[in-house]
Design a protein around this ligand. Sequence first.
Ligand code: COA
Ligand code: AMP
Length: 644
Amino acid sequence: MSDDAVSRYRQVYRRSLDEPESFWLEAADGIDWVSRPTRALDDSNPPFYRWYPDGELNVCFNALDRHVAAGRGGQPALHYDSPVTGIRRTYSYDELLARVARFAGALSSLGVEKGDTVVVYLPMVPEAVITMLACARLGAVHSVVFGGFAPAELAARIDDAKPKVVVSASCGVEPTRVVEYKPMLDAALGRSAHKPESVIVLQREQCPAAVGERDTDWEEMTWDEVDADAEPADCVTVAATDPLYVLYTSGTTGRPKGVVRDSGGYAVALAWSMGNLYDVHPGETMFTASDVGWVVGHSYIVYGPLLAGAATVLYEGKPVGTPDAGAYWRVVDDYGVVALFTAPTAFRAIKKEDSAAELVGRYDLSSLRALFLAGERLDPDTYQWATDALGVPVIDHWWQTETGWPIAINPKGIGLMPLKPGSPTVAAPGFDVRVLDDRGDELQAGQEGAICVRLPLPPGTLPTLWNDDERYVSGYLSTYPGHYLTGDGGHVDDDGYLFVMGRTDDVLNVAGHRLSTGSLEAALAGHPAVAECAVIGVADDLKGQVPRALVVLKAGVDAATDGELIRAELVARVREEVGPVAALRRVDVVSALPKTRSGKILRRTMRELADGGSPTVPATIEDAGVLDALAPVLRDGGGAVSPG
Ligand code: COA
Ligand code: AMP
């Protein structure tokens, strides 16, 4: 930690913004190209920017084949560690390449070609990584859907992505139960308008599924049936600007946004970030404890470590209870992990179980050089606890599904800058971060505003939304022309450190999982007794935020007699319609919701009240009495539900 690091960072950062062309062409050397790009940025069609317009490559080749060709075939690529099933298995680069090439051949035999989409609904098993890379090998576009989402959410993604093939499993294994995926997939395909041509199901011994026994419009087969005798497929060359994947994320409405990731820009940005930001190098091991269904999993379980020639850990378990709060330390010890990456909520769970960090002492953590945390705000208590427990730098960093890699971080590979609790440190090279006021004017240090990034965004970030340029522009680029709107608010201090305080919109963040208020509200509104509802995210000690629902019942429904039952049904509906990750536990039946005169529900004001604040009530409020009546209910943070 030194002034040296600060000046090194400043130099790199300035160059990335002042000379983006040479900076990103130089970074492109970290990747093997079929046609090396002669240009970095295509800015001929603002606000749409494309990186490496004349480059051609294959991302799977860069993640696997080139390391084998360079003599790293025997080196570990993937450590699958599954405390929930008791299985552990390490795949060398040779082995992973063979499995990926074969499964790419299997997909190809089902007609999957460059540009086709494949939806992946799999738990944390090696086949998830194999499917993603097999798609990349064929130039097909994968869209991974998180296993904790319910059929309706899966169906919405299938309808938008229109996959030729869906790859799933018979079940996922959670610590306390086996989750049957196949019935959820069947239900999703029953609801979706789009039907795939084929469905591949990985049979797991914990709960094999009936496959191909029903009469369906699509062909169903098991993974083994299609994979066993498949001919290995070669890499298909794609344009750098061709899509590698679509990953759906939550906005404020119930309709998920299909974030598009291109091939060349993403490969360059991730390879660059591995050394320069995470300080992880070829042959070393990174352990990202997340899920392949989230962006963190895409970038730093799968693509980042493999593009860098490092090894990655695919961990099918939890931070606690599988079997105890020492699970992460055991993994670090077993695989010589140099960088651990997870969400603060995981550390809060560990701290709750083992507050004195006694389990840390049972393991050899000498390989560990840093802990990276992201996905939600890192609260100072958790920061301090992790620092004391592990004795390595605890690096908070801020990013989003849309950006694919960190917008703000302490760039350890360039040099570790002084840490400030509560801040993800500084803007990552390539990201021109500005804090703006309502009119779009830049704010001074210390002043709170909307955190934006001046266009163009660097390589690796979203070029658009899947088949929806218009929504991309209206959702992200039109509020402040020339800027990308992150949706987070915060400020920069006198040293240029960024402080991210939370979403300025109604997006929920539950245990580091991003969820849409709109989806939860749609599930509640579907109940026949509900006239109106609102969902807000309120502060929670473990999960950072949990959803809380306020519902107004239809005239004639008797809250006194039926309220309890309705509340239970509403909790169940959200679980069934959105998924268990939504974790809605509390529903209050109220007589009215506070709104502006134009009918907008004042969710933010209610959230601030629920979190114990004293919000400024908007002058446009329709009836201040409604909010006054609700205030005691909102401020009551206990588990009890209020009477209607
Ligand atoms: N498939 C099916 N169900 C899943 C699932 C999956 N892939 N992942 C989670 N669920 C279910 C869980 O079983 C749980 O169901 P339950 O209500 O029946 O218990 C529910 O969804 C909520 O899961 P989760 O958010 O994991 O909460 P939890 O209370 O089980 O555990 C933590 C809390 C903090 C331990 C957990 O959130 C965690 O491990 N977080 C790590 C951080 C992380 O992965 N962040 C992602 C972004 S980086
Ligand atoms: P996701 O797209 O699921 O990765 O969620 C992105 C959102 O999570 C951001 O817009 C932030 O609101 C929040 N987030 C992620 N990382 C951080 C962080 N380090 N500090 C504060 N908020 C964060």
